[in-house]
Design a protein around this ligand. Structure first.
Ligand SMILES: [Zn+2]
Length: 179
């Protein structure tokens, strides 16, 4: 029994390793000590389910833009940003395909963004509208100069573009002015 009781923790070679940390003889100097800062690599495998939004991502990876349409004939509400329960009547919605040409409803120029978008700043975020849909779709608008924004962009015809290598993210699709 005594053999099974651990007396020592095994040393590991992983993580932060520190050697020869300076230490004052006079403990009163410790309050002036600079903070210790450590840096170490950190990786997590994040598992995230797209759940009922999965068909939308399957769509963009196949260069198709999907929306959902209320199955109630009288309602028929269409969400360009899909959801499976109708926000108007609560009935179930069906998947439909949206045209890849649409119009700019409105836009903003972002001079700051989250980490992913920082290298792209300034960039244009636009709300896209379809005659076939009742809600708008938030996306990036490329092919215009973000430093020369003009109200002429509102109502402009735009064309969907898709990343060739899908990342399974909403940013797999963006829009450019239609030719
Ligand atoms: Zn409905």
């Amino acid at each position: 029994m005594a053999d099974e009781i651990k007396m020592k923790i095994e040393e590991e070679q992983e993580g932060t390793q520190v050697y020869s940390v300076p230490f004052p003889k006079d403990l009163s100097q410790l309050k002036d000590m600079a903070p210790i800062v450590i840096k170490f690599p950190w990786q997590v495998d994040y598992i995230h389910s797209y759940g009922q939004d999965s068909p939308w991502f399957a769509g963009v990876s196949n260069k198709k833009l999907l929306a959902t349409k209320c199955m109630d004939e009288k309602c028929g509400y269409v969400c360009a940003t899909p959801r499976l329960a109708c926000p108007v009547c609560g009935k179930e919605m069906d998947w439909i395909e949206l045209p890849q040409q649409a119009k700019v409803h409105t836009f903003t120029v972002c001079h700051f963004g989250s980490e992913t978008f920082l290298p792209e700043c300034p960039f244009v975020l636009a709300l896209i509208e379809w005659e076939e849909a009742d809600t708008l779709f938030l996306t990036r608008l490329l092919g215009v100069d973000p430093l020369k924004p003009t109200l002429d962009w509102i109502g402009m015809k735009v064309q969907a573009k898709f990343l060739r290598l899908s990342k399974f993210k909403p940013t797999d699709v963006y829009f450019v002015p239609a030719e």
